[in-house]
Write a protein that binds this ligand. Structure first.
Ligand SMILES: C[S@@+](CC[C@H](N)C(=O)[O-])C[C@H]1O[C@@H](n2cnc3c(N)ncnc32)[C@H](O)[C@@H]1O
Length: 241
């Protein structure tokens, strides 16, 4: 058990501090968060095509500086974004003010929000966050509680295998320097089978898994229905009671 877990929360303060320190760079499309900017149109379309964002109540868990949350609001969703980092949320609020996006940003854990507002959301998104928490299965359970029966939940994270280590850690952090060193902890990467088991245990039906693959030559990402070997997206539906 880590120090932060023993204090009662499912949070690794060192992870939060990492994102706090970089928060001012969140909206620089060529900065440390470039990969999130680059994959955002793909993941936004993936979610919109499966859940239909316009007019729906959406919760974005681990929203950071708001790259996805804002984009979903611009598609007509009523978005709440939660995170435990103060600085990323401050950046997110400022950016939304400038862009005219309406997003309700809050500093609260997903577990506490699930206690307070179970079943309130049509759609829950939790992207690139599970690999930064001590107990990702607890986040999956909370997301399942927060969505309405029949509602949609989306996760994305990094697979745990030698290829993912080579590309996401050695390649992105050390070779290409796309990300600061230490951004990812390989031990926290999650196999699709592990995530699927947590989803099923939480009452979520896994409908689809899609890879987000990086092409080093073109420096572009694309969605792949078959290659979930590195970064991947999962679409689930909360089973009706
Ligand atoms: C890689 S960023 C992803 C941001 C956003 N989801 C995206 O994909 O554009 C990870 C985010 O998770 C947040 N985070 C880490 N641990 C968390 C926790 N226990 N509860 C809520 N947010 C957390 C960090 O503060 C950071 O903003």
């Amino acid at each position: 058990m880590t120090a932060s877990q023993s204090q009662g929360g499912n949070v690794d303060q060192a992870e939060i501090a990492k994102f706090e320190a970089l928060a001012h760079r969140w909206w620089d499309p060529e900065g440390e968060f470039k990969p999130l900017h680059d994959i955002n149109p793909l993941r936004l379309d993936f979610i919109d095509a499966r859940a239909g964002l316009a007019g729906h109540r959406v919760l974005d868990v681990g929203c950071g500086g708001g790259i996805l949350a804002e984009a979903m609001a611009h598609r007509g969703a009523e978005v709440t974004g939660i995170d435990l980092g103060e600085a990323p949320l401050a950046v997110a609020r400022l950016h939304a003010e400038e862009s005219g996006a309406s997003v309700d940003y809050r500093r609260i854990s997903v577990e506490d929000l699930a206690e307070a507002r179970p079943g309130e959301f049509d759609i829950v998104t939790c992207l690139e966050m599970l690999e930064h928490v001590p107990d990702p299965a607890s986040v999956v359970r909370a997301c399942a509680r927060l969505v309405k029966p029949g509602g949609q939940v989306f996760f994305s994270t990094l697979n745990r295998n030698p290829k993912a280590y080579a590309l996401a850690v050695l390649g992105a952090e050390y070779l290409l320097r796309m990300l600061p060193k230490g951004t990812h902890d390989y031990a926290k990467f999650i196999r699709p089978s592990e995530l699927a088991a947590w989803c099923r245990d939480a009452g979520l039906e896994v409908r689809e898994q899609n890879g987000l693959t990086y092409q080093p030559l073109t420096r572009r990402y694309r969605l792949s229905a078959t290659d979930v070997s590195v970064n991947y997206l999962v679409h689930c539906r909360r089973e009706a009671p």
